[in-house]
Design a protein around this ligand. Sequence first.
Ligand code: AMP
Ligand code: FE
Ligand code: FE
Ligand code: ZN
Length: 285
Amino acid sequence: MRIDLHTHSSVSDGTESPAELLATAQAAGIDVVALTDHDTTAGWKVAEAARPPGLTVVPGMELSCRWYPGDQPPISVHVLAYLFDPLHPGFAAERVRLRDERLGRGERLVAALAAAGYPVEWAQIVERSNGGVVGRPHIARALVEAGAVPSVDDAFATLLHPRSPYYVAKIDTDVREGIALIRAAGGVPVFAHGLAVKRGRIVGDDAIVAMAEAGLLGLEVDHPDHAEADRAHLRGLAADLGLITTGSSDYHGANKTTPIGACTTDPAQFEAILAAGTGSAPFRD
Ligand code: AMP
Ligand code: FE
Ligand code: FE
Ligand code: ZN
């Protein structure tokens, strides 16, 4: 059994449509794949309809959140949510707010780049997102195509990095509130890539303990951006706190170099997620 519980389609910042992504998963020999687009469930119905026989698809999402350390600026944290009720009103309203926030933030970021002479335009970025959830990867690709940076990776390391003078932060959901909303909607919250230093500042163990107290049920341990020592540390924390552990690729199609199935989840851990999720059911044979 090969289980990959974290992937993005073109409904957010991946490059493959949900149908293409499922075909990629099956061609790669994956048995279970979760579709976890940022802040939207727009791909669920398409994925259900396009699911190839034999493949199990877990409806999911990656919620953009913030952790507020006592004395420092907020830290961006992502929480994967599986098997929640997409119609839960409070959670649905928060997703709408987050997507609006992304639009305002993206427009300001692109305006700052344009004012500094970079050849990017907000209307083109919106067009590029094709009605989906806009994120920095769309801006990164526009910068690459305009010849302003050599690669998407380079764009993230320079112009789009949180320390860049052009960077604009989003006001994401307070992580405790996000976890509570996921649970209220019958979902399973799992802290995504918690120790990925490449993304920017990371939280301390105190935050992970607080998240567990707020209802977090799992930690994403095996992730392409986690070093071996990070994985060992997270595995230890999960054992101490009684949390599920997962492994996933965080596949984004051509927006990242990581192949689907690069990291996978143990079947027993997946069973624990299935047992805890009550808001929706996997799409399967
Ligand atoms: P945003 O949600 O708009 O702040 O953009 C963050 C997204 O950018 C995340 O979903 C990441 O997957 C993606 N991302 C971060 N770093 C990189 C990178 N080096 N290459 C490609 N995508 C990245
Ligand atoms: Fe992404
Ligand atoms: Fe993420
Ligand atoms: Zn992701």
